[in-house]
Design a protein around this ligand. Sequence first.
Ligand code: BES
Ligand code: MN
Ligand code: ZN
Length: 497
Amino acid sequence: MQIEFTATDPTRDRQGCVVVGIQAPKELSAAAVRIDEASQGALTAALRSGDFKAEPGRTLLLRNLAGVAAERVLLVGCGPAAKLDAAAWRQTVTQLARVLKELGSTSAALYLPEVEVRERGLDWRVQQAVQIIGDGWYRFTGFKSDKEPAPKLKKICLPKAFLADPRVDCEGAARIGSALAQGMALARDLGNLPGNVCTPAYLASEARRLGRSAGLTVKVLGEAEMKRLGMGALLSVSKGSREEAKLITMQYKGGPSGAKPVVLVGKGITFDSGGISIKPAAAMDEMKYDMCGAASVFGTLLAAAQLKLPVNVTGVVPASENLPDGSASKPGDIVTTLSGKSVEILNTDAEGRLILCDALTYSARFKPDVVIDIATLTGACIVALGNHASGLMSNDDDLADALLSAGIRAHDRAWRLPLWPEYQEQIKSPFADMANVGGREAGTITAGCFLAKFTGAFRWAHLDIAGTAWVSGKEKSATGRPVPLLLQYLVDRAHAA
Ligand code: BES
Ligand code: MN
Ligand code: ZN
């Protein structure tokens, strides 16, 4: 999608479609007033007739209005001003994107962001509109013979007047929105790809490709090197697979050369069958999404590099399959992690923490400012938070708060869970330094407690994205979350620096 700040007058713009907001019950936005005057009350008449109610997400397409140069005027309902908060506005734009996709015009002049949203500025409205419409254009059609034709709309023109206020950077906001949509698209593509295509080796080659296109330094370790380093936990997961595990690192160096990096560690299980502790067959296909943590690292790095954010970011992706086999790990097996600590594997389906613990220990070599791991780690997190919030755990209150507020701003929210020492009791083992599972209770937290044992050396946060990284059901798909949260965190850091 092409974005320009070229719209100048809603009655004279020659774009195929002019999009204006209407608030309930009958409050016209500034652009709507201009069109209403020029067309001798066409909009007021539409409202009076009852053809259009200004409820959130409702739209009405008017064609060939007298006094209006554009062929189409699209009215978008925003509901009553008092109720137009971030969530309602996002729903409105999501609905608008669906309508724009079906439209015959190739460009649209988008005046909608002039409508005020509670506690959100114009730059936020612009960023969200560009992101939501861009993400709405996402398609995953590579494996279909019948490809739906792509939507006609190719260009969004935003009002030039949005650039008038020097205190808000709408151009920057649009750039962020557009980079985000692209980062999310990459994350969604990787998540949607089937396990027979998206293997650990595939992720490694994608990393190299991203490295070339975005200017990242990429390094890939194979199993021999991991063995030499002593990554016994990571290798215990890939033992049962014929695909070689990979440890991928990608360095984006946009900040000062001495500045400590943000390290993003993404779980990259390209298929999780559970291993010997095999999962039930129902919906097991969805476990191809078990590399969405890794995918969010790819997507965030792409967006950060595209924006040339002045921060240093290192992505670390442990990638493996988790399959049953004659050589697979068995319940009761004890392995030694890179940190030297031993783990009793009580359940081979708790494999995410096994690959992550070695990747976290490895992360220390980058002398990180903070380490954030992102993982589809526990079904328990879906039970606790559904698909509205990612689970957040951290050993540092400032880092946790920064991530929570980035999530609110990006509307990609997280919710913090405690890592109190009491929970550590649940992962004690009589045979090893710890067990890899801690029973049914507080499953998300005990997984976090396990990871915490490998993060003593740095400020660390863990995002459990089991519920947020995809939607199940008929329209099942990777969502691209939490790329918006992570990118917002990096943008906030860049501003603070
Ligand atoms: N990848 C799963 C977690 C998961 C489950 C993500 C459902 C998305 C949807 C993870 O590897 C796993 O299997 N976790 C186990 C942990 C248990 C054995 C302690 C789980 O959640 O059941
Ligand atoms: Mn598992
Ligand atoms: Zn898993």
